[in-house]
Each structure stands twice: as structure tokens, then as C-alpha cells.
Design a binder for this molecule. Structure first.
Ligand code: ADP
Ligand code: ADP
Length: 228
């Protein structure tokens, strides 16, 4: 489903952010990506979003070679990816319903579909009674659940999460990770960049560890072992 073949990324300043990374993620997997700051985690996410181009190597997602994609295919490709970030990135001047509805409007969903699907996904995220609230009226954990609802409302085959619990306390972090686990159990492939050692160790998922742009370990039912 996600395949990196000998992928390198060197930034213009000469920083080698990824160095010959080969990685295969199958449909339905749950994968943690861990590593020290600067090890290349965000670069990997940006390559998968096609926000960056690799300096060399080949990335294919759902059998599509990202480098060969034409401009109008890129928008379509990105719609098949759900993404959440550490800082939530909600529209501050829109309520929760509108934040999620927006993701559906840009993909051309009908009003009827939006009226059905937005409350359904917000309900699943435990936010059914907060649809008219604005982001600043919600806790961090709730805001991240809105971001998750927005990422999932179009039923992406892949969910990418870049430090989704970086701004959350332990209780909310666990709630978000449990939601990610549930989402994965419905068949969505989930890739999570995280610094949360306790959660990685507890959840016993596949763990890919990056160090200075190299994959230094890749373990099924792994732990958070960088630095050892
Ligand atoms: P991580 O997400 O693991 O902290 P990054 O992928 O952000 O790592 O960064 C990997 C390396 O690439 C770091 O040395 C970082 O300073 C460098 N880097 C990241 N983005 C850029 C950029 N836009 N321009 C130049 N160097 C960058
Ligand atoms: P993250 O929390 O995702 O690891 P960073 O703090 O590494 O974010 O980077 C924040 C932003 O700055 C990113 O957009 C990244 O591309 C850019 N960036 C990171 N390192 C560098 C660098 N050495 N030179 C230029 N831009 C960088």
C-alpha cells in the first residue's frame, strides 16, 4: 500500500534528512514512526503527502508512483489521505460542524450527504453534543478529535498522524491513541509519528525507528527504543 524504495531527501542547505530509506507498509497496518528530533520523521510525512519531492528513490502509494503524478491527480490523491497534526489546524472562525463539513464540501459532497455524515463521524468521536461549539471552546483533546473527524469523514484508506498527542495530557493522549486503534481496526492504514514512549511501549504495534535519516530498526510489536 505504501512503498518507499531507497528514498533519499537532501534539503537545499545540504541536510540529508532521509538516506536511502526502504519501507513497506501493508494495507490495514498500524505503524509508529519514532526517532529523535531531526531524524527525518516530518520529512517522511511530507513526502507521503507529496508536499516534498524525494531527491532520489521511488515512493508508491496505492500502486501510484508519486513522482509520476500529474497535478490534477495530486488533489485526488490527497483526498484519499487523512492527516492530523500536533497543532490540530482547525478553522478558528468556524464551528465544529463547519470544520468537518468543509472537508466534504471541497470534495463536492451533496448537502444531504454532509448533513448525514458530519454528525455521524462527530458522534463516533464523542462530540455529538458539541457540533455548534467553536474550537476555542473545546479542550485540546476535543479539538484533536474534531481534527480526526475531519480527517476521516471522507473515508480515507490511509491516516497519517504527525505527533497527534504532542499537545495533549496523558489521559487525552490515550483517548486519541485508542481512537486511532479503533479506526485502524475498521481497515484504515494508520501511520503515527510520535514521541510518546509510554504509549508506544504499551500498544505493541509495529515500530519503525529513524536515526539521522536512516531506518535503524523496524519491529513488529516493537517498543520505543531509540537512544538505547
Ligand atoms: P523530525 O521530524 O524527525 O524532527 P525532520 O524531517 O523535520 O525531522 O528533519 C530532518 C532534518 O532535515 C533535520 O536536520 C532538519 O533540520 C532538516 N530539515 C527539515 N526541514 C528542512 C527544510 N525545509 N530545509 C532545510 N532543512 C530541513
Ligand atoms: P516538527 O515539529 O514537525 O518536527 P520542525 O520544528 O522540525 O517541525 O519544523 C517546523 C518547520 O520548519 C517545518 O515546516 C520544517 O520543514 C521547517 N524546518 C525544520 N528544520 C528546518 C531547517 N533546518 N531549515 C529550514 N526549515 C526547517
Amino acid at each position: 500500500m505504501i512503498n518507499l524504495e531507497n528514498v533519499s531527501k537532501t534539503y537545499s542547505a545540504g541536510t540529508r534528512a532521509l538516506q536511502g530509506v526502504s519501507l513497506q507498509i501493508e494495507k490495514g497496518e498500524f505503524v509508529f514512526v519514532v526517532g529523535a528530533s531531526g531524524s527525518g520523521k516530518s520529512t517522511l510525512i511530507k513526502l507521503l503527502l507529496k508536499e516534498l519531492e524525494p531527491s532520489s528513490g521511488v515512493i508508491t502509494v496505492n500502486n501510484q508512483n508519486l513522482s509520476r503524478m500529474k497535478r490534477r491527480q495530486i488533489a485526488k490523491y490527497r483526498r484519499n489521505l487523512g492527516v492530523v497534526f500536533q497543532d490540530f489546524r482547525l478553522l478558528k472562525d468556524r464551528n465544529i460542524f463547519e470544520n468537518v463539513a468543509f472537508a466534504q464540501m471541497i470534495t463536492g459532497k451533496s448537502k444531504d450527504t454532509i448533513r448525514r455524515q458530519v454528525p455521524a463521524i462527530l458522534g463516533l468521536m464523542g462530540l455529538g453534543d458539541k457540533m455548534r461549539f467553536f474550537p476555542n471552546e473545546l479542550s485540546g483533546g476535543e479539538q484533536q478529535r474534531v481534527a480526526l473527524a475531519r480527517a476521516l469523514v471522507n473515508k480515507p484508506s490511509i491516516l497519517l498522524a504527525d505527533e497527534p498527542t504532542g499537545n495533549l495530557d496523558p489521559k487525552n493522549s490515550w483517548e486519541i491513541m485508542e481512537l486511532l486503534d479503533q479506526i485502524n481496526k475498521t481497515g484504515t492504514t494508520v501511520v503515527v509519528v510520535t514521541h510518546n514512549r509510554e504509549i508506544v511501549d504499551e500498544m505493541q504495534k509495529r515500530v519503525v525507528t529513524l536515526k539521522q535519516g536512516l531506518v535503524v530498526s523496524d519491529e513488529q510489536k516493537g517498543g520505543y527504543n531509540y537512544g538505547k
